[in-house]
Design a protein around this ligand. Structure first.
Ligand code: NDP
Length: 265
């Protein structure tokens, strides 16, 4: 299989802007690149007001903000390291100051720091857990009081197939993503009475910069094991998020797998 046939991060969505999320305010962490960018654009394309965050790459974030503004929806771009609780809380409070509510929270920001346990440093363990798991906790707990007051909230946490299967050389990442899946179920149980749902989207291998940087032969071997024989497009992960945010009123505590059939259960 040619490498180009398994790479698929280029946006190919040309659907018209709809207003199905008009009046809803969304916060997407790590919305400046990859999957988070596709999610921010998909929610905006459907009429949501969107705050998205970035950590270090201002230029990429500005590109996303410019694209959202062409859709004639309001948008706030916010810098913040989700692993720092004060940053996470500031991003949520800026959203509330500007837009007065927060309906949809997508905890997407995530990193890998791969090494086998024999070689993994404490710093690598801690940074993956801090960004992926602590970041999800900080943003969620910052947003929950407003959602509780509104009696409405849709929390969607981006985990990974690796949080379900484990992966060689990714103990820190797998633990953080497995933790997100369990954390999400607890939110679902504790906040159902407030009309707040919490679900996880677990992507498989997805064509973002990180994955596309892998050697072509490695990617081909990975794709050979995927029943659909290709990587996910970020936009395909975003579609699952849109479904939960817009149509998932009676879905809570579950995980939607977007993995091309790589893991079925
Ligand atoms: P990318 O590396 O392409 O993008 C990561 C995004 O997160 C960027 O916007 C980045 O901002 C932001 N970010 C990184 N660190 C922080 C931080 N400390 N605080 C706030 N924002 C941060 O990642 P992907 O799009 O590939 O992945 C997105 C999510 O999907 C992650 O949670 C990842 O674990 C998950 N996932 C990805 C898969 C894949 O195959 N790509 C598969 C399964 C799950 P900046 O550029 O400014 O640093």
């Amino acid at each position: 299989m040619a490498a180009s046939s398994v790479l698929s991060s280029t946006s190919n969505f040309s659907e018209p802007v709809t207003d199905s999320l008009k009046g809803r305010v969304a916060l997407v962490t790590g919305g400046s690149r990859g999957i988070g960018k596709a999610i921010a654009l998909e929610l905006a394309r459907n009429g949501a007001t969107v705050t998205f965050t970035y950590n270090s790459n201002l230029a990429k974030a500005e590109e996303v903000a410019a694209e959202i503004r062409t859709m004639d929806v309001e948008c706030l771009m916010a810098q913040g390291d989700v692993a720092r609780k004060e940053d996470a809380r500031r991003v949520v409070s800026s959203t509330l100051e500007q837009f007065k509510r927060i309906d949809i929270l997508v905890n997407n920001a995530g990193i890998t720091r791969d090494h086998t346990l024999r070689k993994m440093t404490d710093e690598e363990w801690e940074s993956a857990i801090s960004v992926n798991l602590h970041g999800t906790y900080y943003c969620t707990t910052a947003a929950l009081p407003a959602m509780t007051e509104q009696k409405y909230g849709r929390i969607i946490n981006i985990a990974s197939i690796v949080g379900q299967t484990g992966a060689f050389g990714q103990a820190n990442y797998a633990a953080s993503k497995g933790g997100i899946i369990a954390f999400t179920k607890c939110i679902a149980l504790e906040y159902a009475r407030d009309n707040i749902t919490a679900n996880t989207v677990a992507p498989g291998y997805t064509g973002t910069e990180m994955v596309e940087a892998m050697p072509a032969d490695v990617l081909e071997k990975i794709c050979a094991k995927i029943p659909l024989r290709r990587l996910a497009k970020p936009e395909e992960v975003a579609k699952a998020v849109l479904f939960l945010a817009r149509d998932g009123d009676y879905i809570t505590g579950t995980t939607i797998n977007v993995n091309g059939g790589l893991l079925m259960f």
